[in-house]
Design a protein around this ligand. Structure first.
Ligand code: S6P
Ligand code: ZN
Length: 191
């Protein structure tokens, strides 16, 4: 950055659909084969086409992962569908630095933000275009798409937060978002 220079920003966001562009925008795809054991009905997941795209994430990481004081920005699209009766969803995670918080906001489609505290209490917030969600530290978060359209949302989180997926894989969320009588319902896991 030169002294007194005026330049364009390094990144742009499409205000209609949240698409991110600019230098070093990263993209990750999660296919049905990447989500082994994350859904309640593993047999149903295993029987699905393994290349089916469940969600895509774009992220802007202007500093190295783990940097204290920086911020990351991300856009996620979850495609519509279900594994058995469970809506397509993200893996979900606690942050590795557990006390780090995060903002989520809805851009398109209808979804549910599923939250779980360290005592395994689960609750949810409706996500829709314009919904804004503050996720405090120590709370696991996962998003499910509850409509027949793609769900698009964005997020901003600290660059030293990290992601702890293992805890979700081994302990799980203690309730799952299922379609029951055409309605989304949180159903407790049987232990
Ligand atoms: C990162 C932020 C999002 C998610 C993305 C996918 O902290 O919460 O960008 O990474 O929505 O979800 P997950 O649970 O697979 O990371
Ligand atoms: Zn997070």
């Amino acid at each position: 950055m030169k002294k007194l220079s005026i330049s364009n920003p390094g990144f742009e966001i499409d205000l209609q659909n949240g698409f991110l562009s600019g230098q070093k925008v990263r993209s990750v795809e999660r296919l049905i084969r990447d989500l082994k054991l994350f859904f309640g009905d593993e047999n149903a997941r295993a029987a699905m086409p393994q290349n089916e795209l469940i969600y895509e994430v774009q992220s802007i990481q202007p500093v190295d992962e783990g940097t204290v004081g920086g911020l990351f920005f991300g856009r996620t699209i979850i495609h519509p569908g279900r594994v058995g009766s469970e809506y397509f969803m993200t893996k979900g995670h606690f942050h590795k630095k557990s006390n780090r918080g995060e903002y989520y906001w809805g851009l398109k489609g209808e979804g549910m933000l599923i939250l779980m505290d360290r005592n395994h209490h689960v609750w949810a917030e409706k996500m829709y275009p314009g919904s804004l969600h503050y996720i405090p530290g120590h709370i696991a978060h996962r998003i499910a798409n509850i409509s027949d359209e793609p769900l698009i949302f964005e997020a901003c989180w600290p660059s030293d937060a990290g992601h702890d997926y293992d805890r979700i894989l081994y302990e799980g969320f203690s309730a799952r978002l299922m379609e029951i009588d055409d309605m989304p319902r949180l159903v407790p896991e049987k232990n």
